[in-house]
Design a protein around this ligand. Sequence first.
Ligand SMILES: [Fe+2]
Ligand SMILES: [Fe+2]
Length: 239
Amino acid sequence: MAPQEFILSLEQETLRHKAVRHPFLLRFAEDSLTPIQIQTFGLQHYQLVKVFLNYMTNLLPKIPDKDAADLFRRVFDDEFGQYTIFRSHPALYRNFLRAIGLKDEDWGQVPLLPETAQFIEEHMQLTRGSDFLASLGAVGPGHEFSIPTMFTYIVRGLKKNTSLTEGQMEYFTCHIEEDVEHAKVFNQLIARHVETEEGQIRLREGTMRSLSLRKYFWDGLSRTVFNEYSSSTSGVASK
Ligand SMILES: [Fe+2]
Ligand SMILES: [Fe+2]
């Protein structure tokens, strides 16, 4: 498969993945939610938000392309908040947590669900590992490309169940737009490294690993927020 064709087919596969249209997301968008249910989601998801930049900083030095830092500049600027820490993505997320009635002490000591802990642990391992292509797959298509679809469900649920202002939901709405651009940056890099079948296999493996972990993360939230157990009892798919 030619590189562009491969990228397109991986994106289509990503959109079909259970992680991206998980029953948790569908219920969050459609059900009547209590403030506690929204807070429970918010606190677990914050654990992912606050470590995301670590994946990027683990990955960047491993990419052989000399212009990788320049290409990622836009992604880092958005994450760090365009030169003001008050608009960094974790800061925008804390605005959301405050708006749903939580305080510093609430998000300072959240017991991680096993699924949340595994998501973070394995993404740290993946991005610290030697295979930069698998990392690119996990962070690029695995995160940046899939997030706008997943967050559309979250925003729908928040609009339906809360009186949050646009500003208080900005963390989610800004990702629906920004991550489309971030995914393009990743694709620019990816295209150079998936000329071979081997490159395509390694890249896809990273993406699918990340999506399996994401599905498992939503399984944990289904159980905790909706008292619903996943039909697949085996947890996250093995490597
Ligand atoms: Fe972000
Ligand atoms: Fe992003």
